[in-house]
Design a protein around this ligand. Structure first.
Ligand SMILES: Cc1cc2nc3c(=O)[nH]c(=O)nc-3n(C[C@H](O)[C@H](O)[C@H](O)COP(=O)(O)OP(=O)(O)OC[C@H]3O[C@@H](n4cnc5c(N)ncnc54)[C@H](O)[C@@H]3O)c2cc1C
Length: 488
């Protein structure tokens, strides 16, 4: 049985960054994930905004960790080779009443510690100079210059990979289903493994309440709240430079219009509670609401250029106005919750990781610096950024980089093979997509899917009929035609 000082349960952006943070110290660390890949929960489907920090209630963890995390994000993304852009955000006001809210958000931002020079209140003319396509109805806005956009699953994948490169053990396909204690240590049943740990950090996203119950802790319950989106082709990516919000309501930050780090345009999300933690379906009503509401912010949305829709699930704690739940369980002082991490959890995630490490240190975990820690990781999708001469040199050494498999996103065979073999290893079509954008372009995998299946089969040693799109059971192929014909 493998034994660790800390086991982190759940490899979304929070768990992956927590595990990476802990490898900065001379500690044995495990990152334990239920699914076949990291970043399949809320981290896979959200707005990707690095928020300015003016929205959360002052005095909350949400507020302080948002402001700190947003400040850390540019350097972290650079270290990990993750796409990030400091594009700034605007909260649009459509009436004098809403301008009052905009001014209140400015004040709140200052109380939260948002740097003074990054927040400004804009009038009608200034707003149009910055964003000519903004709706004629908008009368002003709050500008947050420190806000940005980041690839959320890219961040989690890179953090988990960097944690593994720095010595953490990564357990995929290992759902934690039982936790007991023997001789002062946790015994964790995780899929086929039993893992021993001195400390556990519960980063299980929407299932963190269920993981808490494994030690008899029922202090919080989580509810899924759906967020539906529409994604546009890159032809629309320049409609706005800033992320455009409307003034927030009780249901959240409302429907936004934003460019993505990959040059697409994204609109959404809805905000509707659900009773089903697995329901990531989109609905005609939800998407109609998104279309209509986003259309208030900006002129010229071209819905003929929508290439896909998707839905993410927020992990909302029961009870109004809940903060992030980052504290030791009252049941066990070695069991640390990192739960209810809804928005701005992505923005806050770098600071959450540091906060968790500090809590563990304060609880008595010995934390000496790890002299071998390397903060850097090469991007998964690196080839396209090279100059023509550099590309030629790489192809001369390895012709697989000269074969483009996904034409829409320019993904080479060499990068695909790398992603299948480096930590965290990609074993499904969706895992490749999250690392390389293969199949995310205009044709949505129409051209490259058979080639990706061939490569996955060759590199993993599996039969094509064993390969999945994503979750276990999502088989890509039902069988071979020849076999089918023989059976008929
Ligand atoms: C619609 C929407 C929009 C959002 N927009 C933004 C935004 O623009 N900006 C922002 O800052 N934040 C945003 N957020 C919030 C942000 O996405 C989350 O805060 C963040 O992704 C949470 O990460 P996590 O690691 O806590 O959870 P998750 O990403 O859900 O990861 C939890 C992991 O735990 C694993 N797990 C569960 N149970 C077990 C078990 N028993 N054993 C092992 N593993 C387990 C899951 O498989 C999963 O991989 C948004 C969220 C949503 C849903």
């Amino acid at each position: 049985m493998n034994s660790y000082q800390v086991a982190v349960i759940g490899a979304g952006v929070v768990g992956s960054l927590v595990a990476r943070e802990l490898t900065k110290y001379d500690l044995s660390v495990a990152l334990v994930e239920a699914r076949e890949d990291v970043a399949t929960g809320a981290t896979a489907a959200n707005s990707s905004i690095v928020h300015g920090g003016f929205d959360p209630e002052p005095g909350t963890l949400k507020a302080s960790l948002n402001v700190k995390g947003t400040a850390m994000m540019p350097a972290l993304a650079a270290e990990l080779g993750v796409s990030y852009r400091n594009n700034g955000s605007l909260v649009l006001a459509f009436s004098e009443n809403e301008m009052e809210t905009v001014r209140a958000l400015y004040e709140r931002g200052r109380i939260n510690g948002v740097p003074a020079d990054s927040l400004s209140v804009l009038g009608r003319e200034e707003l149009r100079r910055l964003e000519p396509n903004v709706s004629d109805e908008a009368v002003g806005a709050l500008r947050s210059a420190s806000a940005g956009i980041v690839c959320p699953y890219g961040l989690a994948i890179a953090a988990a990979g960097n944690a593994a490169d720095n010595g953490a053990s990564l357990y995929l396909s290992s759902p934690v289903t039982a936790i007991t204690k023997r001789d002062g240590k946790f015994l964790v049943t995780a899929g086929p493994h039993t893992i021993q740990a001195d400390y556990l950090v519960n980063c299980a996203g929407l299932y963190a309440d269920r993981v808490a119950r494994l030690i008899g802790d029922d202090s919080f319950t989580l509810r899924p709240r759906k967020g539906e989106y529409l994604l546009f082709d890159k032809s629309e990516g320049n409609l706005t430079g800033h992320t455009l919000f409307q003034v927030p309501t009780d249901a959240g930050k409302g429907v936004l219009v934003t460019p993505t780090v990959d040059g697409n345009l994204l609109i959404g999300p809805t905000s509707v509670f659900s009773d089903d933690r697995t329901d990531k379906s989109t609905s005609a009503d939800g998407l109609a609401y998104v279309r209509e509401t986003a259309g208030r912010s900006v002129k010229g949305l071209n819905f003929r250029q929508v290439i896909t829709s998707f839905c993410g699930l927020r992990a909302v704690p029961d009870g109004a106005g809940q903060d992030f739940i980052i504290r030791f369980s009252e049941r066990d002082g070695h069991f640390l919750h990192c739960a209810g991490i809804e928005s701005p959890g992505l923005s806050a995630s770098p600071a959450i990781a540091v906060y968790v490490a500090d809590l563990l240190r304060d609880a008595g975990l010995p934390m000496r610096p790890n002299p071998r820690f390397d903060p850097c990781r090469k991007s998964d999708h690196w080839f396209r950024r090279l100059s023509a001469a550099e590309k030629n040199e790489v192809i001369r050494k390895d012709p697989r980089y000269g074969r483009v498999v996904c034409r829409c996103e320019t993904v080479t065979e060499g990068e695909i093979v790398e992603a299948i073999h480096r930590a965290p290893q990609a074993t499904t079509l969706d895992a490749l997509k999250r690392r390389l954008r293969s199949g995310m372009g205009r044709c949505q995998g129409g051209f490259c899917t058979p080639l990706l299946v061939e490569l996955l089969a060759k590199e993993t040693g599996k039969a094509p009929t064993e390969l999945c799109k994503g979750a276990p059971g999502s088989l890509l192929l039902a069988g071979t035609l020849k076999k089918g014909a023989e059976q008929a």
